[in-house]
Design a binder for this molecule. Structure first.
Ligand code: URP
Ligand code: ZN
Ligand code: ZN
Length: 471
């Protein structure tokens, strides 16, 4: 099957130029001057499908390196399955996800990974890989780490928060980092001082501060910054890289920036919710509404300037990736578990469908450039997690994961129109400039002008190499 995407502006991390993209079956075979007669024939005439991208951007499919499909958490399970979540991802221009296999104390790590493969296989509309969560570290976990790296799982998430659930103590984190220094894996850190947070939560509840907003005030920026600092020190001791997930506090990112200035392999990720939403406006919304915005790290106060600082850190590359941390829980019956006690609200927000649009809004607003949009949403996550150049770039030999993006279109974000299995939208009614028109996943058109043409068996497992950011 030969497909030609013609007339568009092809965007990469180094610029944008008018070009035609020629696809044979699942791969890109050529990026050509517009209208080139190449390979000895008129390409349009000899293609099975010609997609007219005139006036549109052609960008590499989005790589969302932080998702939680059907994950048991907070006494319930995240509401998107691999089937519904990956379809929603495709609608939003994301063609690869990396989901977290969630290990709990007492479980065998390799059994957990096998269970995640079983859940995803045959149920994904787009390609997928896995990170492994390590809840605590013992000899079994270290052995499993070494094995999993060979199976394409080259990154491991650890938690300094959630004591009794996912938490690891400093000694366990150090052991995992030492193993990572040996086997080349990347440790992803949920950096919040969980034991201090638990004290603040108990004290708040004892005072009668039970509303969702207190989720934010019991996780002050100091608990994020302190954990980031401690993790960097442990990574230094181990001689290992460290990648901080879902960062929201400007002080914590400043600590990442200082480490990077010293030349350490320290990386930061943020998510659209931390760029657009705030403690005052959303977490402290009247009544129980704020439950929709309970996730960790928490939203930060706009009055303190976190959101603006995060955009700045995206420009300076102290934050190098934008993921979604897609972890949806419905308001009815799931978020409602925390009525009268914010600590029982399942932590998470669904957003897999809107990352490309929301970060493109940063281009429209002059926060970042077009190439930086592609870098943050596609190229860097692919490189960071060992999938480049298969993913994250429009180049001969790469998978034909393409998004035809209309800069003159508009997207209205709403529960009425989204495809996530979620009964609310964190951005209800917001209209953003730009629109995902057509999406190809490994050469197959999965979204076309408002129609889903994919299938739940199309997505395949991506066996990842080591991170390409490590030296
Ligand atoms: O609140 C969040 N972020 N839920 C998902 C789990 C995690 O910590 O990433
Ligand atoms: Zn986390
Ligand atoms: Zn997460």
């Amino acid at each position: 099957m030969r497909t030609l995407v013609t007339g568009g502006l092809v965007v990469s991390t180094t610029g944008a130029s008018a070009a035609d993209v020629l696809v044979e079956d699942e791969r890109i075979v050529a990026v050509l001057e517009p209208g080139t007669t190449a390979l000895g024939s008129d390409l349009a005439a000899t293609s099975d499908l010609v997609i007219d991208a005139t006036g549109k951007y052609v960008v590499p499919g989005g790589v969302d390196c932080h998702t939680h499909m059907e994950m048991p958490f907070g006494g319930t399970s995240s509401s998107d399955t691999f089937e519904t979540g990956t379809q929603a991802a495709a609608w939003g221009g994301t063609t690869t996800i990396i989901d977290f296999a969630a290990h709990h104390v007492g479980e065998r790590v390799l059994d957990v990974m096998a269970a995640w493969h079983a859940k995803a296989a045959g149920n994904c509309a787009i390609d997928y890989g896995f990170h492994q969560i390590l809840a605590g570290v013992d000899d079994d976990a270290i052995k499993a780490m070494n094995e999993l790296v060979g199976e394409g799982v080259s990154s491991f998430k650890m938690f300094m928060a959630y004591p009794g659930v996912f938490y690891s103590d400093d000694g366990q984190i150090l052991r995992a980092m030492q193993a990572a220094a040996d086997n080349g894996a990347l440790i992803m850190m949920h950096a919040e001082n969980g034991t201090a947070i638990d004290v603040l939560v108990s004290q708040a509840l004892a005072r009668g501060d039970t509303d969702p907003g207190f989720h934010g005030t019991t996780r002050p920026w100091e608990t994020e910054e302190e954990a980031v600092h401690r993790a960097i020190m442990l990574a230094r001791i181990a001689g290992a890289p460290v990648y901080f997930v879902h960062m929201s506090a400007k002080q914590a990112v400043s600590t990442v920036a200082a480490a990077r200035d010293e030349g350490l392999n320290v990386f930061g990720e943020t998510c659209p919710q931390y760029l657009y939403l705030s403690l005052e406006d959303h977490l402290f919304a009247p009544g129980f509404e704020g439950a929709k915005y309970v996730f960790s790290t928490p939203l930060r106060a706009r009055a303190e300037g976190h959101q603006e600082a995060l955009w700045r850190y995206l420009r300076t590359n102290d934050l190098s990736v934008v993921s979604t941390d897609h972890c949806p829980f419905c308001f009815k019956e799931q978020k409602e578990l925390g009525q009268g006690n914010f600590s029982k609200i399942p932590n998470g927000l669904g957003g897999i469908e809107h990352r490309m649009d929301l970060i493109y809004q940063g281009v429209v607003d002059g926060q970042i450039g077009l190439s930086r949009w592609v870098e943050l949403c596609s190229t860097t996550p692919a490189r960071m997690f060992g999938m480049y150049p298969k993913k994250g770039v429009i180049a001969p030999g790469s998978d034909a994961d393409l998004v035809i993006y209309d800069p003159n279109g508009q997207t209205r974000i709403s529960v009425d129109t989204h495809h996530m299995n979620l009964d609310y939208s964190g951005y209800e009614g917001t209209v953003v400039a730009g629109h995902v028109d057509t999406v190809l996943s490994r050469g197959t058109v999965v979204i076309d002008q408002g129609r889903f043409l994919g299938s739940k068996s199309h997505g395949s497992y991506v066996r990842r190499s080591l991170s390409q950011y490590l030296v």
